[in-house]
Design a binder for this molecule. Structure first.
Ligand SMILES: Cc1ncc(C[n+]2csc(CCOP(=O)(O)OP(=O)(O)O)c2C)c(N)n1
Length: 446
């Protein structure tokens, strides 16, 4: 979305960590294409925090880590476009839609995950795919891919490939892609084309033809200036560029403007103040069906009501109603870009299932001397650092109230959020009486 692309007032000179030493072999086209992505970003002057680079598997999978300050993901083979599509939808439908998602994928990955590219093009989601097409699977020893030209000699086609390659431009044109380009790695205007693709509002793909010096040059009498001929590429340059279709996020919002209500989210105006001096990571674990995730959500709402930023990630077995239930909550006075918890500040464990899951996730090995571990009196906690507080949560508040009581106990001991915020949030719930009575009892007991 072009209006969402913020110009950086102090233009960034490079988005790369290393400008000279890339990890690729001498003569590999990946050098040029990666440099061109960087030049395109410099040209566009995007804020690094508004850029997300998702890499696929292969030599191309080394690329995201070469960039500095941007968000990045390294994903499974062929699935990078699907990951980026998910990130883009979350950003455009649920957040401020400022993120520019760029996928770097090889022809091997594009062969494996072809349908993800088709799907992204069909949706016209605002993802830019840079397809590094060196006509073979580079990292694993030069096997032929769905993009190997006829006659191409590879490790698995020693007498020349006999299957005609996929024409990506034609496939994605058939899927209604709104921006498609095919270039060669050494084209002087490659950065310009990539910049055009990134600023295009909707799906864009730039297929870049290049050579793998390690495997393509053996047995194939081809050189850089014959790339297009080798690939039998019919169309070069920007082949499709159309804007009639709305970009997916925009289309979704215009059709379903009340998305927050549909997903059950609500606006909370801060009314209290928090005392968060640093980012706080809280892990809550118990048994499925015992309101672990719901109670953690009340914590998130109370934190937001106290002016904090908060994220919540839930986990439970696929069976949903049995086994453990776990929530990871991060609270911070600053925006939260990383939702992981390396060293937890608080661990709340209210059932055996919960303790088992925390142990299998290695949480007890990652506690620090400042970690507060609040747990039910009945539970054995594995050896760990930190302060352990045991209380009869299950007995006193029934299994369904134990997680909430544990959270309240931990939060009131650290004082990061005022209890008044919990009272307000509890009062707005269906089971407000029960929740308010837990708050009252916990506060009375401390
Ligand atoms: C699902 C899956 N299949 C196979 C592999 C093994 N593998 C690792 S790298 C690679 C080759 C990647 O080739 P390409 O996508 O063209 O990227 P390049 O190395 O040429 O940059 C393969 C097949 C894998 N990691 N995952």
């Amino acid at each position: 979305m072009s209006e969402a692309m913020t110009q950086n007032p102090e233009r960034i000179q490079t988005y790369l960590k290393v400008t000279e030493k890339f990890p690729f072999c001498k003569g590999c086209g990946h050098h040029h294409v990666t440099g061109a992505i960087n030049s395109a970003l410099v040209k566009l002057g995007l804020e690094p925090e508004h850029v997300n680079i998702t890499s696929d598997i292969g030599c191309v999978g080394l690329i995201d880590a070469l960039f500095e300050g941007v968000h990045s993901f390294h994903t499974t083979h062929g699935r990078s476009t699907a990951f980026a599509t998910g990130v883009e939808i979350a950003d455009s439908v649920l957040a401020d839609s400022k993120l520019k998602n760029i996928v770097v994928i090889g022809d091997g990955g594009a062969t494996i995950g072809l349908l993800h590219l088709v799907n992204a093009a069909q949706m016209n989601v605002d993802v830019t795919v840079i397809l590094y097409n060196n006509f073979l699977f580079g990292m694993t020893g030069g096997q032929n891919s769905g993009f190997s030209p006829v006659g191409f000699v590879t490790a698995t086609t020693p007498n020349g490939n006999i299957i005609p390659p996929v024409d990506m431009i034609s496939v994605l044109r058939g899927a209604n892609a709104s921006f498609l380009a095919r270039k060669t790695a050494t084209d002087a205007d490659l950065p310009e084309t990539i910049a055009q693709a990134i600023s295009h509002p909707g799906f864009a793909l730039v297929e870049v033809l290049e050579l793998c010096p390690e495997y393509a040059l053996r047995g194939n009498a081809i050189r850089g200036n014959k790339l297009a001929e080798t690939a039998s590429a019919q169309e070069l340059g920007v082949v499709v560029s159309r804007r009639e279709r709305m970009e997916f996020g925009e289309a979704y919002r215009s059709k379903f403007p009340r998305v927050e209500q549909e997903i059950g989210a609500r606006e909370i105006e801060p009314r209290y103040e928090n005392s968060l001096e640093k980012r706080f990571g809280i892990v809550v674990a118990g048994t499925a069906g015992e309101r672990v995730q719901f109670s953690s959500h009340l914590l998130v709402e109370a934190a937001v009501l106290s002016g904090a930023n908060a994220t919540q990630k839930n986990d439970n077995p696929v069976t949903q109603g049995t086994g453990f239930s776990l929530s990871e909550v991060v609270l911070s006075g600053k925006p939260i870009y990383y939702t992981g918890i390396d060293v937890p500040d608080i661990v709340v464990a209210v059932s055996e299932d919960g303790v088992r899951e925390l142990a299998s996730k290695g949480i007890f090995e990652r506690t620090g001397s400042d970690t507060l571990i609040v747990t039910d009196e009945s539970l054995e906690i594995p050896k760990c650092e930190g302060r352990i507080v045991k209380q009869p949560f299950r007995r006193k508040y029934m299994p369904g109230g134990a997680a909430f009581a544990g959270i309240l106990t931990a939060v009131s001991m650290t004082g990061i959020i005022p209890m008044l915020a919990f009272q307000d949030i509890a009062a707005s719930q269906k089971k407000s009486e029960e929740l308010l009575s837990i708050i009252e009892h916990v506060l009375g007991g401390i």
